[in-house]
Write a protein that binds this ligand. Structure first.
Ligand code: ADE
Ligand code: ZN
Length: 330
């Protein structure tokens, strides 16, 4: 049995496995520009974030109906459960679907159907985080927030993703203010490819409570000190960092140094269908390649629950933490 953990950085569209992509393509009469799953997998060689995003958005063409989104989330939750996930805070990218003529209600209600039965079906509690595409305009983000208003009961928070460099967080000040006024929690990708100043901006201008990636904070010692002092969680994604070449090789991933510095680190899978592993796979490879001992892995699992948005259910958080403490490594 894998170590119990929360997954806090997971794009549901990034869980679209080639087999499901082809099945949905057939169901919806969509032609993919790949002969088969093997040819598609051949395309999973990325130079950087943008080269991944191009394929990520292209494959979304197969997601059209509520049932498609339910099937996608169901498949993820089954895999997540097998990887020890007890709680998942799941990103989705509505603008990428709205742009293709898929309605907000189709996306959210489709995902919600899988999430509603996740606890009984998979033993995984869930939350939804709606991300804005930072390479789209601030106006588009605001329109997206308005379009989500009938569904806010299903949404815990907002995030910011897609191509980072050249799209600093401050561009989204107003939409983050509006989301905060609606009682939504706030996170943002920052410091994946973008500079440390984007992390500072996400904290100061957007008021984020967690930073997604945050890897490049290491270039600014004063920022590291602040993140430690304010106990800002970072949702790190080691396999993603290697595949998108944010780090050269896994053995050089700074996770151990970040933990030693006192940063509140968590380990997550980002887009597991594309990056060669789900969340337990990430824990296993960092354990092996970075020499993290069971005590450190347990610390990462504890951090995942401490950093999760479970304030409305502290009893549940305490139960999950007790499961981590009681876990015995094989
Ligand atoms: N969208 C999906 N995965 C992403 C990532 N790793 N960074 C930015 N945007 C994303
Ligand atoms: Zn991400």
């Amino acid at each position: 049995m894998p170590l119990p953990k929360a997954e806090l950085h997971l794009h549901i569209e990034g869980t679209l496995e080639p087999e499901l992509a082809f099945a949905l393509a057939a169901r919806n009469g969509v032609t993919l520009p790949y002969a088969d799953t093997e040819a598609l997998r051949e395309a999973y060689r990325f130079e950087d974030l943008q080269s991944f995003l191009n394929l990520y958005y292209e494959l979304m063409a197969v997601l059209r109906t509520e049932q498609d989104f339910t099937d996608l989330a169901d498949a993820y939750l089954a895999r997540a459960a097998a990887q020890g996930v007890r709680h998942a805070e799941i990103f989705f990218d509505p603008q990428a679907h709205l742009a293709r003529g898929v309605a907000m209600g189709t996306v959210i209600e489709g995902l919600a159907r899988a999430l509603e039965r996740s606890e009984s079906a998979h033993g995984v509690s869930t939350q939804l985080i709606m991300c804005f595409l930072r390479d789209e305009s601030a106006e588009s983000a605001m329109e997206t927030l308005h379009a989500a208003k009938p569904h806010l009961g299903r949404i815990t928070g907002i995030g910011l993703d897609s191509a980072e460099v050249g799209h600093p967080p401050a561009k989204f000040r107003e939409v983050y203010e509006a989301a905060a006024a609606l009682g939504l929690r706030r996170v943002a990708h920052a410091g994946e490819e973008g500079p440390p100043s984007y992390i500072t901006e996400a904290l100061d201008v957007l008021g984020v409570e967690r930073v997604d990636h945050g890897l490049r904070c290491l270039e600014d010692p004063a920022l590291v000190e602040r993140l430690v002092r304010e106990r800002v969680p970072l949702t790190l994604c080691p396999l993603s960092n290697v595949r998108l070449r944010a780090v050269d090789v896994l053995a050089e991933h700074p996770l151990p140094a970040m933990m030693d510095a006192g940063l509140l680190c968590t380990v997550n899978s980002d887009d597991p269908a594309y990056f060669g592993g789900y969340v337990e796979d990430n824990y296993l490879v960092v354990g092996q390649a970075l020499g993290l001992d069971p005590g450190r892995l347990r610390e990462l699992a504890r951090n995942s629950f401490l950093a999760s948005f479970l304030e409305h259910d502290e009893e549940r958080r305490a139960r999950y933490l007790a499961e981590v403490d009681a876990y015995t490594f094989a």
